[in-house]
Write a protein that binds this ligand. Structure first.
Ligand code: XMP
Length: 516
């Protein structure tokens, strides 16, 4: 249940792919911010008196039949409003201005220049690089408004009614391509809305502990712990809130990275003292996956076996009412669960589809957080760097990085190569900076090589490293050639069965980060 904390910024969602980024940029400024559906419950949005509203962009045209509307309270609340793109057009339309289809769509980088003094653009350079993405544009401003900035294509790139604190921008200040976007959001949040920078990982933890306790009371909670950052931080957070009322189940399916299963038990059971059940199910998973090569089939089988194994352990525990999940925001958007306009890309693996006799209420304390925020929360909870700076790892594990048929021998090959690669990146200081996710992928493709005087005919390995902030788009990391050379030589020399190493230079889109 969303509840905006007092003095934060409510972001109203009109379906832009960047909506969550707006909230995240504002949290980066130290101000609490959350996203709400445009047709969400007004009382819920306003219960804690937001300091201002931001209306997101969206794919619609304000005049299209059924186009999402401005909630009534936005204009009567007497609070500052910033409309971004579609949000600006809505504001214009609602206040008596006119919006029309532009003769040219404006998409991509643009330069804007100031047209008038305003607190929104105060202190910024005279020329700003921004990211545009819109078809419609403002034809006539509503009474009381003036243009604050113009681009070559639109005389109203930024508009405002300074008396009433209503603003609109035609571009997207939340994306990295808008160089001074954060400064614009900062002006809105601090100068116009008068917010105080109070949001921090500690504040998040304090609030989350309060909500978890209020929700759980004296009931029991179950968590599937994968050892990845998200479930680890979820576990530590809930454990901090309710201690022994939390039981974690760790399913060891044999698809983990080198040394990972042992580490999960050592950290969570031995160091943190959490109730942890380690269910070993390697043989079950390997036999279930035998002969399966199709990516979605692999995901489905793993999902089902995971649920079976997890359910068996859950049934042994009596009286559990809640199931906790380490869902974070990119999981939500990629699974298209929360936005009416998003599309499903891959069926993400989570503890979905539990049998009918296992009905739990869900707890997802990190649902609105991005990965870097989760890490900050993890560190503030006292988790070690080794856990918090773990490489992100997909639920189906190495199965979707071991292309083709999965056998124990191929998994071991992949584990060994992956460990060499990730260790080399860590030694070079490239795990925390320079790459966001790095791993090896084993291909079911054999090629000819020469080892000593002998011909070899072995499988090929791909190294993949990407840079990204949010995992929704990504670029391939420009790693030093020397590092790639060293890793390639070490893998071919030390891992039997691999005689060729390649580096993946595909960005997302059009690629995805994982290969399956
Ligand atoms: P893609 O391959 O979709 O991956 O670009 C984006 C991010 O999501 C991770 N990923 C998953 N995480 N369950 C998860 O929990 C999954 O089924 C899954 N598939 C991909 C991937 O590792 C990357 O960080």
């Amino acid at each position: 249940m969303h509840e905006l904390k007092r003095g934060g910024i409510a972001v109203i969602d009109y379906g832009s792919q960047y909506t969550q980024l707006i909230a995240r940029r504002i949290r980066e400024l130290g101000v609490y911010s959350e996203v709400f559906a445009f047709d969400g419950d007004a009382d819920q949005i306003n219960r804690h008196e937001p300091a201002g509203y931001i209306l997101s962009g969206g794919p619609n045209s304000v005049y299209a039949p059924g186009a999402p509307q401005l909630p009534g309270f936005v204009l009567v609340a007497d609070r500052p409003v910033l409309g971004i793109c579609y949000g600006m057009q809505l504001l214009t339309d609602a206040l008596g201005g006119r919006v029309s289809a532009a003769s040219e769509r404006e998409y991509g980088p643009a330069t804007i220049t100031h047209a008038a003094q305003s607190p929104l653009l105060d202190g910024l350079q005279p020329e700003l690089q921004v990211w545009m993405s819109h078809g419609d544009r403002i034809e006539a401003l509503p009474p009381g408004f003036k243009s604050l900035a113009r681009s070559s294509n639109s005389p109203q790139a930024a508009i405002g009614d300074l008396e009433r604190n209503l603003y609109g921008v035609q571009f997207h200040p939340e994306v990295q391509h808008s160089a001074q976007g954060s400064a614009i959001l900062s002006n809105f949040v601090f100068r116009i809305c008068g917010c105080l920078a109070k949001w921090s990982a500690d504040a998040f933890i304090r609030d989350a502990i309060g909500s978890i306790r209020a929700q759980v009371r004296n009931e029991r909670v179950l968590l599937a712990l994968s050892g990845g950052v998200d479930s680890a931080v979820t576990g530590a957070l809930i454990h901090r809130a309710i201690g022994d009322q939390l039981t974690c189940v760790f399913v060891d399916h044999g698809l983990l990275r080198k040394g990972e299963a042992e580490q999960v038990v050592a950290v969570f059971r031995d160091e943190l003292g959490m109730n942890l059940i380690a269910a070993r199910a390697v043989e079950t998973f390997l036999s279930g996956l035998q002969g399966v090569t199709e990516p979605e089939a692999k995901r489905k089988i793993i999902g089902k076996l995971f649920v079976d194994t997890f359910s068996r352990e859950a049934r042994r525990l009596q009286g559990v009412r809640f199931l906790a999940q380490g869902t974070i925001y990119p999981d939500v958007i990629e699974s298209a669960a929360d936005s009416k306009s998003a599309k499903t890309i891959k069926s993400h693996h989570n503890v979905g589809g539990l049998p009918d006799d296992l009905r739990f209420e869900l707890i997802e304390p990190l649902r609105d957080c991005f990965k870097d925020e989760v890490r900050k929360i993890g560190l503030a909870l006292g988790l070690s760097d080794a856990i918090v700076w773990r490489q992100p790892f997909p639920g189906p594990g190495l199965a979707i990085r071991c292309l083709g048929e999965i056998t124990w021998q191929r998994l071991e090959k992949l584990r060994a190569a992956d460990a060499i690669y990730v260790d080399a990146l860590r030694d070079a200081g490239l795990l925390r900076r320079g790459t966001a996710q790095s791993f090896a992928v084993l291909l079911p493709v054999k090629s000819v090589g020469v080892m000593g005087d002998n011909r070899s005919y072995e499988e090929a390995l791909v190294l993949r490293s990407v840079t990204t902030d949010d995992f929704m788009t990504a670029d391939w990391a420009r790693l030093p050639y020397e590092l790639l050379a060293k890793v390639s030589a070490q893998i071919v020399n030390e891992v039997p069965g691999i005689n060729r190493v390649t580096y993946d230079i595909t960005s997302k889109p059009p690629g995805t980060i994982e290969w399956e």
